[in-house]
Design a protein around this ligand. Structure first.
Ligand SMILES: NC(=O)N[C@@H](CC(=O)O)C(=O)O
Ligand SMILES: [Zn+2]
Ligand SMILES: [Zn+2]
Length: 338
């Protein structure tokens, strides 16, 4: 038997939703992760102190007595300024920027990247040390959207050198290259983008449960992402982008975008790193890099994983997980507080 001990695993891009869905999915992340960066794209999005605090409280209620830190984010608005953000700086781990309409619940996002318009908010964030997370896609041809957004990332990184900018859920080799050119650019990579390409989504029978934004790309992109993850590139962090949608909105015309991976993420990552003989690097990819980049100290939690196969449930509540009904090679043997 092979085993792996992970300390304080972190998921730096997680959708927990609200209401019944929150109560279904939050305990699954809280069980195996020590903390997660919680995305603010609710309806309506989290844009003020009151809704941020109330949402954090609902998350804590939903997870019961699990040890888990919800690192909260605000939904970026160009109106934010130093007066608004300064009193919130301790409670806001990052601010998430969405181009308007580019993904699920992003209608209130920004409609342009004019640096002057964005400047008051981004200057304030630089001053307060609040990182900016971005869903970086243009509105161009679907396979080119992330590549077309790279110049925007670079312009922002140059204009605000003291601002840490996280390129969320990157899917292309071009994004990895941009990382090398700017000291203040970082990135998250999901589990599914390490595993699948567009072929798995739409090359045979259409697989709605693998449909997400950004869409999975070409084999050479997946390989580049995999290399960065397996080597635990110091500017790259794990962010599952686990994005639950009820089954009837996925298995439907007008399929909602998002892959639900939270409950299987750690075992499948362990299996993947083991297959490539890189188990020793998973700790960095799934925790240490994020702790350093975000300057956070998550609550203590030790997760023991072994190469004991497990069958993935068909559903969690109304949600179909990645690998539903299939066997995966690794499983969680034990979770403990240190
Ligand atoms: N990734 C997705 O396809 N969907 C996410 C939004 C996002 O992260 O873009 C969601 O909230 O459902
Ligand atoms: Zn996104
Ligand atoms: Zn997301």
């Amino acid at each position: 038997m092979t085993e792996l001990l992970l300390h304080e695993p972190l998921d730096m891009h997680l959708h927990l939703r609200d209401g019944e869905m929150l109560r279904t999915v939050a305990p699954l992340s809280a069980h195996s992760f020590s903390g997660a960066l919680i995305m603010p794209n609710l309806i309506p999005p989290i844009t003020d102190a009151e809704s941020l605090r109330a949402y954090r409280q609902r998350i804590l209620e939903a997870i019961g007595d699990e040890i888990f830190e919800p690192y909260m984010t605000l939904f970026f608005k160009a109106e934010y300024d130093l007066d608004f953000l300064a009193p919130l700086a301790e409670e806001v781990t990052a601010i998430k920027l969405y181009p308007a309409g580019i993904t699920t619940n992003s209608e209130g996002g920004v409609s342009g990247f004019d640096l002057e318009t964005l400047s008051p908010a981004l200057e304030a964030m630089s001053k307060l040390g609040i990182p900016l997370c971005i869903h970086g896609e243009s509105s161009g041809f679907v396979m080119d959207r992330e590549k077309e957004f790279v110049p925007v990332y670079e312009a922002l990184a140059d204009a605000f050198p003291d601002l840490a900018i996280v390129m969320e859920h990157i899917t292309t080799a071009e994004s990895l290259e941009a990382l090398e050119r700017h000291p203040n650019l970082f990135a998250t990579i999901t589990l599914h983008h390490l595993l699948i390409t567009l072929d798995d989504v739409a090359g045979g029978m259409l697989q709605p449960h693998l449909f997400c934004k950004p869409i999975a790309k070409r084999p050479e992109d997946r390989e580049a992402l995999l290399r960065a993850a397996l080597e635990a590139h110091p500017k790259v962090m794990f962010g599952s982008d686990s994005a639950p949608h009820p089954r009837h909105t996925k298995e439907a015309p007008g399929c909602a975008a998002g892959v639900f991976t939270a409950p299987i993420a750690l075992p499948v990552l362990a299996e993947l790193f083991a297959q490539h003989d890189k188990l020793e690097n998973l700790q960095h990819f799934v925790s240490n890099n994020a702790q350093r980049i975000y300057d956070i100290t998550p609550p203590k939690k030790k997760v023991r994983l072994t190469d004991t196969p497990m069958k993935v449930p068909e559903r969690y509540g109304e949600v179909v997980p990645m690998f539903a009904g299939e066997e995966i090679g690794w499983s969680i043997a034990e979770v403990s507080e240190e």
